[in-house]
Design a protein around this ligand. Structure first.
Ligand code: PLP
Length: 393
């Protein structure tokens, strides 16, 4: 069977793209990509081996399989796999900015991205403007001729705010500036930033793409040959930020069920969000699939679904919120998201604890806020667990 990976339907690409059984003489027909652990490859010709592989940091057959699949899931020419989401994000930024450049970024970015931009790029003379990108006019106002990168994320963590990617792409392109989108929360199943005008998509594959809570990894996807060349240079030569072969195998395996898992995550998340919205011990629920979400129309326009993460404010203080998250049985108290199991965390004392309290409150991360990435367990068990926990408040 041979096929053009970029013409397959999403579900088909998730299973088959990049993982072509080798039926040539000498091939073994493995249906599943072997894990190529070699650090270096024997060459038939000095410097120019006919199989194309030289040294595993620069290129590896298992990583190639995953990278082809990541590209195919976006109908894009270039997918790249990294040792973590942060490695992917750092590689993208380092490939795109030089001293004197400026970055315009959403003020609700993932904490690690914010630390990288503010505390690392800053040392190299790159300034960052944070804007409330829920209104694209704020992005437009922050753009200057020195802006070399616009970095967005939608939906955001932990409040599930959205930004209008098509409108922001148009603004960035007026300044010949690339738009990068961290699409970790939506996954390519629910949102396709390249189709909305973005130039680059970034992921933590640790989350939904791998989906089984057993690998840290990241990805970049683009259709732009020049950007891809920059990123490959940083990935292979400058940083060595690539994903190891065993983890490439895990993500190749995990991504096969991405469509099935995402649909299930969303069904459960919608049920949980509706249950919480009706519960007397809950003050507010943040989920793009609820009519009460202030950007529900934008979600309907630019997404194919609302994702699997729900956050909510309980009617209580920080101590009560901590007691609540510690009291659940089916939900596991842990950071991260995107695995098959439901998790729960208290941002004010966990993922956002490094943010000073006044800034945290101003950003809407109140002491009563709880974040729950919803897994694919039985819906009734999840609702009963939450109900038990809330009734103890
Ligand atoms: C987890 C996460 C990252 C960082 O990814 P790691 O794999 O932990 O390095 C970046 N962005 C978002 C939105 C995330 O959720």
């Amino acid at each position: 069977m041979t096929h053009d990976d970029n013409r397959l339907g999403f579900e088909t690409a998730a299973i088959h793209a990049g993982e072509e059984p080798n039926l040539e003489p000498g091939g073994t027909g493995d249906l599943v990509s072997p894990i190529h652990l070699a650090s270096t490859f024997a060459m038939d010709r000095a410097g120019d081996p006919s199989h194309g592989y030289k040294y595993s940091r620069l290129g590896n057959p298992t990583r190639d399989a995953l990278e082809r699949r990541l590209g195919a899931l976006h109908d894009a020419t270039h997918g790249m796999a990294f040792g973590s989401g942060m490695a992917a994000i750092a590689t993208a930024c380092l490939g795109l900015v030089s001293p004197g450049d400026r970055v315009v970024a959403f003020d609700s970015l993932y904490g690690g991205t914010r630390v990288f931009l503010s505390e690392f790029l800053d040392r190299f003379g790159v300034g960052v403007e944070y804007v409330d990108a829920t209104d694209p006019a704020n992005v437009a106002r922050a753009m200057t001729d020195d802006t070399a990168l616009v970095w967005m994320e939608t939906p955001t963590n932990p409040l599930l705010k959205l930004c209008d990617l098509a409108a922001i792409a148009e603004i960035a392109h007026e300044y010949d500036c690339p738009l990068a989108v961290d699409n970790t929360f939506a996954s390519p199943y629910f949102q396709r930033p390249l189709d909305l005008g973005a130039d680059l998509v970034a992921y933590s594959t640790t989350k939904y793409l791998n989906g089984h809570t057993d690998s840290i990894g990241g990805a970049l996807v683009t259709d732009d040959d020049d950007l891809a060349e920059q990123f490959r240079f940083v990935q292979g030569y400058a940083l060595g930020s690539m994903l190891a072969p065993f983890d490439c195998y895990l993500v190749l395996r995990g991504v096969k069920t991405l469509p099935a898992r995402m649909a299930h995550h969303e069904r459960n998340a919608q049920a949980v969000a509706e249950f919480l919205a009706d519960h007397e011990a809950v003050e507010r629920v943040h989920y793009p699939g609820l009519d009460s979400h202030p950007q529900r129309d934008l979600a309907d326009e630019q997404m194919d679904g609302y994702g699997g993460v729900v956050s909510f404010e309980i009617d209580g203080d920080g101590a009560e919120a901590r007691a609540f998250v510690e009291s659940l049985d089916v939900f596991t108290l842990a950071v991260s998201l995107g695995g098959v199991e439901s998790l729960v965390e208290h941002p004010a004392s966990m993922s956002a604890s490094y943010v000073p309290e006044d800034e945290r409150e101003a950003a809407g991360i109140t002491d009563g806020l709880v974040r729950a990435p919803i897994g694919i367990e039985s819906t009734d068990d999840l609702l009963a667990d939450l109900d038990r926990g809330l009734s103890r408040l």
